[in-house]
Write a protein that binds this ligand. Structure first.
Ligand SMILES: Nc1ncnc2c1ncn2[C@@H]1O[C@H](COP(=O)(O)OP(=O)(O)OP(=O)(O)O)[C@@H](O)[C@H]1O
Ligand SMILES: [Mg+2]
Length: 499
């Protein structure tokens, strides 16, 4: 056995994040680590990589017990990690990123020619021919992710840990990263793979270990596992049939917002869009097709160069997020790390932040009201926490995502834009969010939902707009909202070409 973990325990104040977990990793396997938000996946990984010290149990690498005190020490032992957000430096070149900390030197100086040559040779192992003198940040995320993998493997070379590495990749990019991972498995590395995308787990992995509430509930061969049983392991119950196949057909909605000829050079071609009261408009399209750009334009993040926005009462000013908020708009962005959370604030503070900003800081929201709001959303969104006063940085990734959503809901906007609302959110909570969207529309809120998951769009949308190459290319309504129709519009192919 390559890596053997026995009775691993990790405590945080008020939380037993890991409780006697056993885990085995073989050389030459891809082993999925699954579980709900807050189950303990990231914590288990951090205990292997030296990011956290364990409170109990043993970790052995090739039979010898190890206790890395830092990620560097873990790397030296052979354990490397790649996280969801690429942890390299976008402003350094590809070669510098691959080689930093171990640059070839001559007479005390970095030997750049040798460094470039070595970087190129490393990438060739992965089938990549890159200009290693270009900034890493100028390459697509998938390439950056592969460079991060190449670096981790070069530094460690026995165990590779991937914590949600595919969360921001499109389908073609995922395939590219998976090919790299399969190649490494065939070279005998042991690979731990964390993901909330079950299709990817079935596609890539050899075995699966499921955690629930800090305990291991099962380890099984992926091939012997079916989807329902896997979900049962994760949730500890059967997933109720909560997702409607399609959104209920509620007939035409009373008109509310009209966007006409709205566009921005280099971001989105001018488009017209109407949103009814209580209506959900879904935006489909590949990464980079202009979905997020459409949202940013409507919210004034990057304001429109052309067009007008109006409601029944008259024109709306959407020149900046402040103005959009004043018009009753809300926008929960995709990248919660940069746009969303304030890690040092508590859950309560993060939830009331938007509301407080809109009211003005001179009129603080009474504490009892803050408490009520926080408790209400913790319950409604099933945020897993020991209480409202926990710092949000101490929550698991998926639960942080829910807090960001709660902040926008607390402001009760009339038009809420959700960019990938279920990214990083587990299957159970996924269904909760679909249900929540239905509930909000019944209360009259209108939504614009951006999602790469077509089933999710179909489940929530009254109307689906498809984008391609920064253009709104199709609009589907009612029975026309179907996976094959959406796929056709995204790919711009004739119907018979879609399998
Ligand atoms: N630094 C920390 N301080 C306090 N508590 C923490 C800290 N990190 C994690 N926890 C708690 O440990 C538990 C496990 O969290 P962990 O991040 O491992 O979950 P996860 O399975 O990775 O979830 P997700 O799918 O949402 O990423 C949670 O209850 C979380 O709140
Ligand atoms: Mg996590």
């Amino acid at each position: 056995m390559l890596l053997t973990i026995r009775s691993l325990t990790k405590l945080f104040p008020g939380t037993r994040a890991l409780d006697g977990v056993d885990f085995d990793l073989k050389a030459g396997e891809v082993h999925a680590l699954l579980g709900e938000n807050g189950a303990g996946k990231s914590t288990l990984i951090k205990c292997m990589t030296g990011a956290y010290r364990r409170d109990g149990g043993t970790v052995a690498l090739e039979g010898a017990e190890i206790d890395p005190r830092s990620t560097v020490e873990a790397q030296d032992l052979g354990i490397g990690t790649v996280y969801q957000e690429v942890n390299l430096l976008p402003n350094l070149t590809v070669a510098q990123n691959l080689m930093f900390g171990r640059e070839p030197r001559r007479l005390g100086l970095v030997h750049t020619r040798a460094m470039r040559a070595e970087a190129r040779a490393m990438l060739r192992d992965y089938g990549l021919e890159l200009d290693v003198d270009r900034d890493l940040g100028s390459y697509p995320v998938a390439i950056q992710q592969i460079v991060a993998i190449a670096r981790a493997v070069a530094l460690s070379g026995k165990v590779l840990i991937l914590d949600e590495p595919t969360a921001s990749l499109d389908a073609a990019e995922v395939r590219m990263v998976f090919d790299v991972v399969r190649g490494l498995r065939d070279r005998g590395l042991g690979i731990v793979f964390v993901s909330h995308f079950l299709d990817q787990v079935f596609d890539l992995t050899d075995r699966v270990t499921v955690l629930r509430n800090g305990r291991k509930v099962a380890t099984e061969d992926t091939a012997a596992l079916d989807r329902m049983r896997l979900i049962q392991h994760m949730l500890g119950r059967e997933l109720e049939a909560v997702t409607h196949e399609t959104a209920p057909d509620r007939g035409p909605r009373p008109p509310m917002l009209h966007f006409q000829d709205m566009g921005r050079r280099g971001a989105v071609e001018p488009f017209d869009m109407a949103v009814g009261q209580g209506e959900v408009v879904g935006l489909a399209g590949l990464l980079g097709s202009g979905r997020t750009e459409t949202a940013e334009l409507l919210f004034g993040v990057r304001p429109a160069h052309s067009g007008t926005a109006r409601d029944q009462a008259g024109p709306l000013n959407l020149s900046a997020p402040r103005a959009a908020i004043a018009a009753g708009f809300g926008f929960a962005p995709e990248d919660r790390k940069t746009d969303g959370i304030v890690a040092d604030l508590t859950i309560r503070e993060n939830i009331v932040l938007g509301l407080q900003a809109r009211r003005g800081w001179a009129r603080p929201i009474p504490r009892t009201e803050q408490n009520r709001l926080a408790d209400d959303y913790i319950k409604r969104l099933d945020i897993r926490t020991t209480g409202r006063e926990k710092r949000i940085g101490e929550l698991s990734g998926g639960n942080q995502q829910k807090v960001v959503l709660a902040r926008w809901l607390a402001m009760n906007p009339r038009f809420l834009i959700l960019d990938e609302p279920t990214r990083g959110i587990d299957v159970g909570a996924h269904a909760e969010i679909v249900r929540l969207i239905h509930e909000l529309t019944e209360q009259g809120m209108s939504l614009l939902v951006i999602s790469s998951e077509i089933d999710e769009l179909i489940a929530v949308s009254d109307r689906v707009i498809v984008l391609r190459d920064r253009r709104h290319v199709a609009e589907l309504e009612g029975d026309a909202i179907a996976a094959d129709r959406i796929m056709q519009a995204i790919a711009a192919v004739a119907p018979q070409e879609v399998a």
